[in-house]
Design a protein around this ligand. Structure first.
Ligand SMILES: [Zn+2]
Length: 278
């Protein structure tokens, strides 16, 4: 069936340094960054891909940690939360049956407590990293308050399936809808892209939510790949494994080159990409 897919911004962030981040504007101007999430109307109820920041984060930003709020300067608007936008579209929070996450960083998982009844699909190594938080960096990036309601986790592992040369895992195996977790590790230990067979929606065969596997739209520009210096530095600072991250980013560029007509790629935080679906 053709899926109806909504592209949502579930958290604007405005770090200082627009020129170094967005590639234009002033050095000391606030940049534009979004949290690009998908709300999919599937045969099996609503499916949310990433959650952005949640209503409790908006009410109590301290729970996000000082480092995150000082660097990214989130707007923290209730109307940007997935919860608010689900309701604005005429649905109830309980209609969100599944949440498929690229990873569990706070700006992707913050909305989990707003949908306590949903099944939460995640690549097993990512779940392990967020629960164990073995390094100082992981203690800061994963916020236990986002998981304190004991989400209905569904942990996924690879089992020999492939999609366009990548390992892939069917997130909702019982359904006819093709929503795949595609491991793209490096940013975090279990980071994934989420590929959705849009079957004609949005004019694309497949949508590929690349999460934080890259940050700037031109990083997957087939002709002239480019990243702004601010985002290049940021990605290096927050990666758990640079070799894996760079290799997976190169594979995404290759995918854009070889299958750009069939697969529409976007990442989590680039407002230029979000605007393509507006
Ligand atoms: Zn992120």
């Amino acid at each position: 069936m053709t899926l109806k897919i909504h592209h949502l911004n579930c958290g604007s962030m405005c770090p200082i340094g627009k020129r170094l981040i967005n590639g234009h504007g002033g050095l000391f101007e606030p940049a534009d960054m979004c949290c690009h999430c998908l709300l999919i109307e599937s045969a099996d109820g609503l499916v949310l891909v990433d959650t952005g920041l949640g209503s409790a984060d908006v009410g109590n930003p301290a729970q996000l940690g000082r480092a995150f709020t000082m660097v990214t300067r989130p707007k923290l608007l209730l109307e940007e939360t997935a919860l608010h936008q689900v309701r604005a579209l005429g649905f109830k929070p309980g209609d969100v049956r599944h949440i498929v996450l690229t990873h569990l960083d706070l700006d992707h998982a913050g909305g989990l407590p707003d949908f306590p009844d949903a099944q939460v699909h995640i690549f097993k190594p990512e779940h392990h990293a967020a629960m164990e938080r073995p390094t100082l960096g992981e203690k800061a990036r994963y916020r236990p308050v986002h998981f304190a309601h004991r989400p209905r986790w569904v942990l996924h592992e690879t089992a020999g399936e492939h999609w366009n040369g990548f390992d892939s895992i069917r997130a909702l195996p019982g359904s006819g809808d093709e929503i795949l977790l595609v491991p793209l590790t490096g940013h975090t230990r279990g980071h994934c892209g989420v590929a959705v067979n849009a079957d004609g929606a949005d004019g694309a065969g497949w949508l590929m939510h690349c999460g934080d596997a890259y940050f700037y739209h031109d990083e997957v520009n087939p002709q002239q790949p480019y990243c702004t210096p601010g985002l290049r530095l940021f990605q290096n600072l927050v990666q758990i494994d640079g070799t894996q991250r760079r290799a997976n980013q190169a594979r995404l560029l290759q995918l854009a080159r070889s299958h750009g007509g069939e697969v529409s790629l976007f990442c989590a935080h680039d407002p230029v990409e979000l605007a393509r679906y507006g």
